[in-house]
Write a protein that binds this ligand. Structure first.
Ligand code: KG4
Ligand code: ZN
Length: 334
């Protein structure tokens, strides 16, 4: 069965066609990053308007890329939570209209479920249980995936998300939005030991805190007044974020006896995180999986994959489902 995925939760208008569970026939992502860069962050109203302009061309491009027509689509999967409500509404309205017209089943998908499932796009034989670290612009979640839809949250950020920290610190460093990829590129030629930024370990818990790091970068930039090369600041900032993410993830895998770690979300595209996570996991005898960068950042292929089993089993959500700015993801650890 071919599933059409639609994702418009933030500033990417995306559509994809996935078949056989995790085989991506096409994945189109129209990013609005350039548009929002001049404001230093996503402007919700602008994002919604752009989604309206782009959603139908992006869907058609996904169908063309997959070599299929609407008649070949057996189910539609769409992100309905969490995200910018006005942005979500565009994708959800398009998906509902298509499901109604084509008489196909439709599934409402939690955005983080998509990120979690993106591990299967990289490794279709990925087996439960695995430890999932989701690091994006809005979320930092550490959860044990025991089975499909059976998640146990063991930690999350108590303040800024990892991607938010990259973006906010980059802004303090005078870098353009979104800062994560820019810091990543600069860090390649910087010295990660040039500046010692704090690593907030929050005791023994698996929670994360990044707001102290942001304050520290702000103080450093004020005091330094441009003396330290920006590549050194970038490398030091990246090392501070990566250290905390890697050490907590590997410690959790050891404590819970889990042999596979899967990292997803936009920050998983960070080359320093990929390198350090692979190094630390292999030292601990743990398998680590990171999807290709295009499946780390927001994309509709992961949304289609997340709902594939449900849709192919004949399940459909009623057409009156809503959109939500925030929504629970995994159950907390008992
Ligand atoms: O998953 P995503 O595309 O959207 C959300 O669901 O938030 O993640 C976007 C976040 C942004 O904060 C962006 O700066 C960050 O992922 N990001 C990166 C990299 N690529 C994207 N952060 C660090 N290094 C990267 N290479
Ligand atoms: Zn995301």
């Amino acid at each position: 069965m071919n599933v059409l995925g639609i994702e418009t939760s933030c500033d990417e208008t995306s559509a994809a066609v996935v078949t056989g569970g995790y085989r991506v026939l096409s994945s189109i992502v129209a990013s609005q990053a350039d548009l929002h860069a001049r404001w230093g962050g996503v402007v919700p109203e602008v994002a919604s308007r752009k989604h309206v302009e782009r959603i139908l061309p992006v869907i058609h491009e996904a169908l063309d890329g997959a070599g299929v027509t609407f008649g070949d689509i057996g189910g539609i999967a769409v992100t309905n939570r969490p995200g910018l409500v006005g942005a979500l509404l565009v994708g959800v309205s398009a998906a509902k209209a298509l499901a109604f017209a084509l008489k196909t089943p439709i599934a409402a998908v939690h955005h983080l479920e998509g990120h979690l499932v993106s591990g299967f796009l990289a490794r279709p034989d990925l087996a439960f249980p695995f430890l999932s670290l989701i690091v994006s612009g809005g979320h930092t979640e550490l959860a044990i995936a025991h089975g499909a839809g059976n998640l146990q949250s063991i930690g999350r950020t108590v303040d800024d998300a990892a991607g938010e920290c990259f973006d906010k610190c980059a802004r303090l460093m005078g870098l353009p939005y979104p800062g994560g990829p820019v810091v990543d590129r600069l860090a390649e030629r910087g010295d990660p030991k040039a500046v010692v930024f704090p690593r907030a370990m929050s005791g023994d818990s698996y929670n994360f805190s990044f707001s102290g790091l942001k304050t520290s970068v702000m103080r450093f930039m004020e005091a330094d007044s441009g003396k330290t090369p920006v590549s050194d600041v970038a490398a030091s900032l990246q090392a501070a974020i990566v250290d905390v993410l890697v050490s907590k993830t590997v410690r959790a895998a050891m404590e819970f006896g889990i042999r596979t770690v899967c990292i997803s979300g936009g920050v998983a595209a960070n080359s320093g995180l990929a390198l350090e996570m692979a190094r630390a996991c292999s030292k601990a005898g743990i398998d680590s999986i990171i999807p290709a960068p295009e499946y780390c950042t927001d994309n509709a292929a992961m949304i289609a994959a997340a709902a594939y089993d449900r849709l192919s089993a004949g399940y459909s959500d009623p057409l009156d489902f809503d959109t939500f700015a925030s929504a629970p993801f995994a159950q907390n650890r008992e």
